[in-house]
Design a protein around this ligand. Structure first.
Ligand SMILES: [Zn+2]
Length: 137
């Protein structure tokens, strides 16, 4: 699909999420790490959820994780996703310890399961936005 044909909702990078989206565009998965207490977190926020510090760095992830939970959407209620049915929505737990809501791709519906090892892939849906998704490792 050409980038200008993408019709699904897109993230709008904000000051505290811009580095995440810039990294994704370069096929890198980054999470925030607190400079004060070492806490790692996802999704990106303006402050640390453990100590409220605003001194946050970005840590590059391995891109490896496991399926923490998932569901299969057989009938999407959102018009933009109807042509994707069925598809897998999952929460992936990264090796770094944070969880990320995402899609599992390149995976038969009968093969998906909790604790399945997965690896990040980037879906470059526009010139600006690449969505991190995961496939079986
Ligand atoms: Zn902290």
């Amino acid at each position: 699909m050409a980038a200008n044909e993408y019709r699904k909702p897109l993230p709008i990078p904000q000051p505290h999420t811009r580095a995440f989206w810039q990294a994704a565009r370069q096929n890198q998965l980054k999470i925030q790490k607190c400079r004060q207490c070492g806490h790692v977190q996802h999704y990106p926020r303006a402050t640390c959820t453990a100590c409220w510090s605003a001194e946050l760095d970005w840590q590059t992830c391995t891109g490896r994780g496991t399926v923490y939970s998932y569901t299969i959407a057989y009938r999407s209620t959102t018009p933009e996703f109807v042509n994707d049915d069925p598809y897998i929505v999952a929460i992936v737990e990264l090796e770094e310890g944070v969880r990320m809501t995402t899609n599992i791709v390149d995976c038969p519906l009968t093969a998906i399961g909790v604790d399945m090892p997965v690896q990040v892939v980037f879906d470059h849906v526009t010139e600006e936005i690449a969505l991190p998704k995961f496939r079986p490792a």
